[in-house]
Design a protein around this ligand. Structure first.
Ligand code: KIV
Length: 272
């Protein structure tokens, strides 16, 4: 059964805040290219995240750290050309906002001007508050990201659940409230206990979108290639696979190879 929802011709940061107040859950998926973004937007997803997970999914890097601002702009501009309805949020990549608020603003402006994206996402709380303020002061909407923040993987050492201990949980709650006060329009919480994520969602007025953060938040995000079953190596508990595209694509490609080798393809009807 599909849930009832208000029709939005175009999703804006205001629509997301309204969805939270109406109790309508927010759907968000990643996309990094025109063709996938066209499908995702056409299906009616609310938010498309041009995530720096492109570093893993599109470029085959082990972490999100190597992707550059130019590469993010390339992915984001391809996505923006495809969409009619979704809000497009673009990750600021590692190294483009942490060292200095002015550099953070320059990076965010490049994303907005050169890709046409609608908002940026930054990982972190108190430690990057001056960068967030600077970007917001320029009129650029900011989505926060707390919990397991993959750009800090070498500090964490593993991709396991964050904020299980009280000290880290309290810090995360403080950071979430700070991001709301600064003026962020939404917050991603990644891989933290469901009860903590729900507590955060109930204690701030901006939408909280979870990945591995349980059902008590205001929306969900998944990496598109994971939920379609195109990637195989990644099996976290939170991932629901809606298709097995890796198998289906392999079968189709095997069939094509057989058809070429056996001269079955092209047939009379497939030539001029
Ligand atoms: O880069 C990304 O895809 C993300 C999501 C996992 C939230 O940040």
């Amino acid at each position: 059964m599909s849930a009832s929802k208000k029709e939005y011709k175009r999703v804006t940061v205001k629509s997301l805040i309204e969805m939270k107040s109406l109790g309508e859950k927010i759907s968000m998926l990643t996309a990094y290219d025109y063709t996938m973004a066209k499908i995702v937007d056409g299906a009616g997803v609310d938010v498309i995240l041009v995530g720096d997970s492109a570093s893993n999914v599109m470029a085959g890097h082990e972490t999100t750290l190597p992707i550059t601002l130019d590469q993010m702009i390339y992915h984001a501009s391809s996505v923006v050309r495809a969409i009619d309805r979704a809000l497009v949020v673009v990750d600021l990549p590692f190294g483009t906002y942490q060292s200095d608020p002015k550099e953070a603003l320059r990076s965010a402006i490049r994303i907005m001007k050169e890709s046409g994206g609608h908002a940026v996402k930054l990982e972190g709380g108190k430690e990057i508050k001056d960068s967030i303020k600077k970007i917001l002061n320029a009129g650029i909407p900011v989505m926060g990201h707390l919990g397991l923040t993959p750009q800090s993987i070498y500090k964490f050492g593993t991709y396991t659940v964050r904020a299980k201990e009280e000290e880290e949980a309290l810090r995360l709650i403080e950071d979430a409230k700070l991001l709301e006060r600064l003026g962020c329009f939404a917050l991603v919480l990644e891989k933290i206990p469901a009860a903590l994520a729900q507590q955060v969602a109930e204690s701030i007025s901006i939408p909280v979108i979870g990945i591995g953060a349980g059902g008590g938040v205001d929306g969900q995000v998944l990496v598109l290639h994971d939920m379609l079953g195109m990637t195989q190596e990644f099996h976290p508990r939170f991932l629901r696979r809606y298709l097995s595209l890796h198998e289906e694509m392999t079968t189709a490609i095997n069939q094509y190879i057989d058809d070429v080798k056996s001269s079955d393809f092209p047939s009379e009807n497939e030539q001029y």
